[in-house]
Design a protein around this ligand. Sequence first.
Ligand SMILES: [Zn+2]
Length: 290
Amino acid sequence: MSLQSGIKKNTMTKVKFTLRHTGYCTANRAHTLRGVPNQTIRFYATIGIIRHPEHGVIVFDTGYSNRFFEATRQYPMKLYAQITKVFHQDGEDITSVLKREGIEIDEVRYVLISHFHGDHTCGLRDFRNAQFIAPKRAWNDVRGKQGIAALIKGYLSATIPDDFRDHLRLIDFEHPTEVDSILGPMVDVFSDGSIRLMELDGHACGQMGALLNTQPDPTFLIADAAWLEENYTQLHLPAPLTRLIFSSWKAFVQSLQKVHAYHLAHPEVQIIPCHCEKTLRKQSPELFHD
Ligand SMILES: [Zn+2]
């Protein structure tokens, strides 16, 4: 309970990390950073691919797939697709993305779900042999919701596998395995220091991030705790309008402050906001040819 991140550094299991995407939606830069000019930008729906020496391939979030279009064909969910213009092509789904990395989808044994917004869950039904690992608060916030109640949460229940609950491990941050001085309670997924999860609440109820023991420095997947690099490097908040889609603005600001403080204390750590094009280009320049 009292261990701080870093103390066990040399005995922790190392993992490898690759960042890929499953398409994108468009957004207004002025919404993501208050006070900047209007500009249409891409919000990539990224997926993290983690290679663990004993547990094999683990993925972090599952992005878009054609199921997004199926799940949003009728009202009220159609409003989701009308508000968010999604660009997703054949071959960009998680099964195809993993295949290009030499990974068969059925090899994947663990899927980490940061939160239950549709742009993170469309690939879930592709997995047949995986355990799903999700934050308890986030699941309790959306489970059973349909229609308008689901729409308000950005939750596409049609993207959730029928037997999801049978393969679900819920993470309860009220019972942490350690506490980081900045990030607070953390849960060590495999009790080997390779992947540690923490709550980054506010964007969605109970959203979680993951701190990976990559080499030479750790990688910190912060999901939607920030949309763009500038949010956490400069503590530059999104436009007030975006409060409407957050579960709690106050919690969102607190989470962003934690990520900002972590960045200042650990400038060597690679921080990955899941939709930031600049971050994706830095992590995976091979995906871009322009
Ligand atoms: Zn989200």
